[in-house]
Design a protein around this ligand. Sequence first.
Ligand SMILES: Nc1ncnc2c1ncn2[C@@H]1O[C@H](COP(=O)(O)OP(=O)(O)O)[C@@H](O)[C@H]1O
Ligand SMILES: N[C@@H](CCC(=O)OP(=O)(O)O)C(=O)O
Length: 371
Amino acid sequence: MNTLKRAVLKIGSNSLSLAEGGIDETVIDQLAGVIAELKKQGTDCILVTSGAVAAGMAKMKLKERPKDIVGKQATAAVGQGILIERYSYYFEKYGMSCAQVLLSRIDLVEAEHYRNAKNTLEKLLNFGVVPIINENDTVVFEELCFGDNDRLSALVAGMINADLLVLLTDVDGLFTANPVNNREAVLIPKVENVAEVKNLADGTGSAVGTGGMVTKLKAAEMATRFGTPTFLMNASRIAQIKDIVEGNYPLGTYFPPLKHKLNGKKRWMAYAALSMGTVIIDAGAEKALLHDGKSLLASGVTGIEGFWERKDLIKIVNNRGEEIARGITEFSSEETEKVKGFHSEEIRRLIPEIKAEELVHRDNLTITQEY
Ligand SMILES: Nc1ncnc2c1ncn2[C@@H]1O[C@H](COP(=O)(O)OP(=O)(O)O)[C@@H](O)[C@H]1O
Ligand SMILES: N[C@@H](CCC(=O)OP(=O)(O)O)C(=O)O
């Protein structure tokens, strides 16, 4: 029996592009066909698709992907309309409707915006329409963009509680080295701990792709922490997505979900929200957060960086400068500076109006341990 209610499928620029330039419509046709079949079997899909720049390049007869941001933005503006028109055409062929949803990193930073995006996606799925997501390339700015669509697809999987994330690319999965330039590279069928394989990924994508394997591993790490099983496979096997849904894994790399998954608010804190500043903590506080499941107290803070207000999100780094957690703090940066290193009684004396005992309460804290 099919128990997967929701799947997010992500297809990269590489797999959608023709060698001579432009979009490969046979791939769009196959994707629409598989999504329509899955729908009949009870699995709703959200598609995260790249390809706007590739489609724009063909239209404008550009031989190379523009290197400058504005060039990419203008090219994506030309290509996005062409891309979505082709998807609409092929979904209609299979009796389905689709909707264009353009998201950027900034749209997910505020908790309210994140909820709005989630509600719209939920409504589209309720309408029986396939949301087709791409990054809103035309308006993003460099400091705050995904660039690749891998991490965006993982955030979307977390947002809608997907039961499966499939990353479709131009290689068969994760190899022991980049298979494009290492003949001896061997496919890894299953990865339990992404941190252990991160060194195998090389960040260079193909001529049209962005991010390479590095951003795919980051996406797998995020999605599996959200409790979403993730599968990385070759887009030439699109038809086999049906096998995954039926519980049979084709050739590819499987990343099983983690047992201790992050809940909705912690997903947003860990990967979507922006931090306003940083507190540096000592070894005792690091142990309390990582091993004892405790809140962060001011007594464990040794330094601060940045300026923030009460209820802002901050990063928590250890004394080696490694990020270990993020959380919403009850103290502004000015207040934190005043109370750092002090115990509760002294804090009440220094700032009598503050009722909170903790700098960051455990309910408002998520372990990130960046890799
Ligand atoms: N260890 C690895 N295993 C597999 N592929 C790798 C590895 N390291 C780097 N890569 C590269 O990642 C590329 C896929 O990333 P990318 O070009 O960004 O694709 P997409 O457009 O699908 O997002 C592959 O073509 C391959 O060259
Ligand atoms: N948003 C861009 C996608 C950028 C990109 O190349 O992403 P990816 O193929 O996932 O490495 C586009 O539509 O062209």
